[in-house]
Write a protein that binds this ligand. Structure first.
Ligand SMILES: Nc1ncnc2c1ncn2[C@@H]1O[C@H](COP(=O)(O)OP(=O)(O)OP(=O)(O)O)[C@@H](O)[C@H]1O
Ligand SMILES: [Mg+2]
Length: 279
């Protein structure tokens, strides 16, 4: 399948006011296929958000190239097209709301593109239905819960019909109910609509269903693979300052790391099988 995103040998330096350069991304090469669900993990300051901002041209590499659907993000003529292909959702739900009424917030992006009002209405209704907020269309956006606000932010992006959505810790400020709602919607967007998802999170239980995990450390990619492959490397994960899912830890204790069971039900099945239990 075609790659929606290609990072080729990307390095990025921040330059301070007194001209001191800090290398934050160091020779990152990463391809993301259309329709893939990729999660990025890494401890604080490992460069995740900086990488995310390269994926729709908010930052351009100091060295190397990022291509979005074949378009070079350093080509200023392409930046609008790139932003239409790759939408971003950030951590703080309150910072992403631009209008006081829910449906007006979703309409903001399409309106700015000068779209016909019938098309705007169609997109707004479609996006609100997809994130489960249709009944809140006329509500005040600031009154929504945190999880609903993040779903509203996602609807605003869906109204731009993106191929890919990058979410930088979208659940970090939510309660468990809001977190579950947002992860459910993201998963549906990927599985039902084929939208490519890049999810940055600190919650291990949110990544076990991903197609691929990318572990960052010190501005580099330290490890990548399927969740089963990555979480089989407990020592490497820990050396990157990350927790491992409790399921992986339990299976490691039991010496059951072949085709590592990661969900609770997979673990239960494996234990039943190991013990020859009859249930
Ligand atoms: N505007 C900036 N100017 C200078 N340095 C910065 C700037 N933004 C980030 N950094 C530095 O770049 C490094 C990577 O930051 P980044 O925000 O990408 O990390 P992160 O993995 O997203 O961390 P977190 O988990 O805390 O969100 C950090 O050392 C940070 O201090
Ligand atoms: Mg960050």
């Amino acid at each position: 399948m075609a790659n929606i995103i290609e990072c080729k040998n990307v390095s990025f330096n921040f330059v301070s006011e007194d001209n001191v350069e800090t290398k934050v991304l160091d020779d990152i090469s990463l391809s993301i296929a259309e329709g893939e669900f990729v999660s990025i993990l890494g401890h604080n300051g490992s460069g995740k958000s900086t990488l995310a901002k390269h994926l729709n041209g908010v930052y351009v590499p100091t060295q190397g190239k990022v291509y979005v659907d074949g378009m070079d993000t350093s080509d200023e003529d392409k930046i609008l097209d790139i932003r239409k292909k790759v939408g971003m959702v950030f951590q703080n739900p309150d910072n992403q709301i631009v209008a006081t009424i829910v449906e007006e917030d979703v309409a903001f992006g399409p309106e700015n593109l000068g779209m016909h009002s019938d098309e705007i209405r169609r997109r707004v209704n479609g996006a609100l239905a997809t994130v489960g907020l249709s009944e809140y269309a006329k509500h005040a956006s600031y009154k929504l819960s945190g999880g609903q606000k993040q779903r509203l932010a996602i609807a605003g992006i869906l109204a731009m019909t993106p191929k890919c959505i990058v979410l930088d810790e979208p659940t970090a400020m939510l309660d468990p109910v809001g977190r579950a709602e947002v992860i459910k919607i993201i998963t549906q967007l990927n599985k039902k609509l084929g939208i490519t998802i890049v999810l940055i999170t600190h919650y291990m239980n949110e990544v076990v269903g991903s197609d691929r995990l990318v572990i960052m450390d010190g501005g580099k990619i330290r490890l990548q693979g399927t969740p089963k492959e990555v979480f089989s490397n407990l020592e490497v994960i820990r050396s990157c300052g990350l927790e491992v899912p409790q399921t992986a830890e339990l299976m490691a204790e039991l010496g059951e790391t072949d085709d590592l069971p990661l969900t609770v039900s997979e673990c239960a099945d494996r234990i039943i099988e190991m013990k020859g239990l009859d249930v």
